[in-house]
Design a protein around this ligand. Sequence first.
Ligand code: GLU
Length: 476
Amino acid sequence: MQNFGEPSFRDSVDLMFNRATALMDLSPGLEQKIKVCNSTYTVRFGVRLRGKIETFTGYRSVHSEHMEPVKGGIRYALAVNQNEVEALAALMTYKCALVETPFGGSKGGLCIDPRAWEPHELESITRRFAYELIKRDLINPAQNVPAPDMGTGEREMAWIADQYARMHTADINAKACVTGKPPHAGGIQGRVEATGRGVQYALQEFFRYDEDKALAGLSGNLDGKRIIVQGLGNVGYHAAKFLSEEDGAKIVAVIEWDGAIVDDDGVDIEDLHQWIVKHGSVKGYPHGTFVAEGAVVLEKDCDVLIPAALEGVINLSNADRIKAKLIIEAANGPVTFGADEVLRKKGVVIIPDMYANAGGVTVSYFEWVKNLSHIRFGRMQRRAEEARHILLVNELERLSSDKGLGWTMSPGFKSKYLKGAGELELVRSGLDDTMRTAYQAMREVWHGRADVEDLRVAAYIVSISRVAATYQSKGL
Ligand code: GLU
C-alpha cells in the first residue's frame, strides 16, 4: 500500500537502514554488503485442482547468511510480491540480531487467496510449494527454517514438516526444518500467542521507564490506557486480549478490513473475536459503534496505537492526523519512511517492528532448539524443582510450629510456589527476558547518544553492529 509517490516497502526499509548507518562507522563496503538481499528464488508450479492445472507463484528470499540457518515466515496473500518478500527478509535479519536469535534473515510468500481453497486443496498446494523449496535446501533445519506469517499457521507448518520428513526419511533433525508447528507435531507451547505476547511484554517494559514514557507524554502504567488495535488476526488478537485482560488497558477501538468497532468503555476482545470467527466480519457486532471507514479510526485520539495488520497503513496520506502518543508496530513495516519522519517531528514515540513483533521468532528459536535437543523444556528439572520447594516449605512450617510462632502461608502461595515450571512457563520466561534485554539494548543507544533521535534508529544501530561483528569475525 504505497501512496503519494512514497518509496516501495523494500526502499523504505533501506532508507531507515541508511539513517542508522549514517551515524555508524562501518568499514568501507560493509554497509552495502549488509544491506543487500543475497538471493531471491522465484518458483512457478502447477497443481491439478478442480479438473485443471492451476499455476502458483511463490518466493523464498534470503537476505543475510551471516548466521545459518536463515529464518522467517511464509506468507499466503494475493498481494505477495518480490519487493515485499525482500523487505520482510531484510527485517528478519535485523530482528533476529536485535533479539539475539542465532539466525540470518529470510522470508517466503505465495501469491494465493487462502480463503479461496478447501483445506485439502491448500494441503496439495502447500506440499508442492514445500517440495520445490526443500529440494533446493530453501527449507532445511541447518540452512533455512520457515515459520507462519500472514495467511499461514500451525496447519501449514505441519504439512511442511511432514513433506520434509518424507523427502529426508533418515534425518533425525527433520522436525527442526520449520517452526510454528502444532504441539502434537513437534511444536512448542506458547508459539501461537508468541508475537502478541511479545507485544505485551514490550509495552510492559516501555512502561517501566519514566524517562521513556515522558517522551511520549505518558505516565503511570498500562492500567486504563486507551489503545487502538488495527487487525484482529493472530498478533492483534493476542496482544489486545492480554493487554486488556491482564494489564487493565482499555481497547477503545478495533479496526478490521471491513470496518471498525469503537467503544470508549473498552471492547471485550474475546467476545468480538468469537463474533468474527462466527460471522467472518465485525459487521453487526451488537456492542460499541460500527464505523464503516476503518482507516479514519486510526486517527482517533488514544494513548497507544497498535497497527497489527499490513505494511504501509500509516503513510503520508494520514500521518499528520494520527493522534496516538505511542505507536507499537506489531505488524512488519506499518509506518512508511515518510510517515516515520512526520510522526517523529510531532513527538510521537514509535516502538519499531523489528523489536515489537520479535516474539514470534523468539519462540520459534525455542521450538527449533527443542526439536534439535529432542526433549521438552522442563522435563528433567520440573519435579526436582518442586522437591526442593517442598523441602523449604516443610522446614518453614516445622520451624513455625516448633517455636510456636503460628506462621501461616497466604492462601494460594503454597500451591503456586510449589509448582515447578513447565514448558509454557519457561517459554514465557524466556520471551519476557528476551523482550526486556532487547529493549534495554535499544534504549541505551537511544538515550546514550546525542545523535540518536528515536528507537528505530537505535534498534538498527544495535542490529547492524551485531551483524557487522559477525561479518568481521568471518574475515569479511
Ligand atoms: N513471521 C514471523 C515474523 O515475521 C515469524 C518468523 C519466525 O518465527 O521465523 O517474525
